[in-house]
Design a protein around this ligand. Structure first.
Ligand SMILES: [Fe+2]
Ligand SMILES: [Fe+2]
Length: 141
């Protein structure tokens, strides 16, 4: 069974962002399943890496939106992203150094973080960005 279930509650109301968040949810579920099945270290490492890479891509996308539209809480939000990336990197280093049984700890951290970040921090930027997109659309029409 999937660990995280996508629901409307997780939607921030911006289509492209929701799609990216869905990919993160799926990647976390894949990692959960691989851990549950006691998959080979190599497979876990590959999924972990994909997840970390996609997180970087997603954060960069959000941050570009903030810069483009001048989101006033951008600095704090970016700090939150950086703190998460630092943690993921630290966990990945421990995993790569051969530490076992990190799986459940990594998962708990990722699930907590993803739900909190989407439901809290990301939802805060949505009204501002949607309004700014609407203004831009009006200007161009
Ligand atoms: Fe974010
Ligand atoms: Fe996000």
């Amino acid at each position: 069974m999937a660990l995280l279930q996508w629901s409307d509650e997780l939607s921030v109301g911006i289509d492209i962002i929701d799609k990216q968040h869905m990919i993160l949810v799926r990647a976390i579920n894949l990692l959960a399943m691989a851990i549950e099945k006691n998959s080979e270290r190599e497979l876990l490492a590959a999924i972990f890496e994909t997840l970390a890479d996609y997180t970087v891509t997603h954060f960069a996308y959000e941050e570009e939106l903030f810069d483009h539209f001048g989101y006033p809480e951008s600095i704090e939000h970016k700090k939150g992203h950086q703190a998460l990336l630092d943690k993921v990197t630290a966990l990945k280093e421990r995993f790569d150094a051969g530490e076992d049984n990190l799986g459940p700890q990594v998962l708990k951290f990722l699930v907590d973080w993803l739900t909190k970040h989407i439901l809290g921090t990301d939802k805060r930027y949505a009204p501002f960005i949607l309004e700014a997109m609407e203004q831009q659309r009006k200007k161009m029409s």
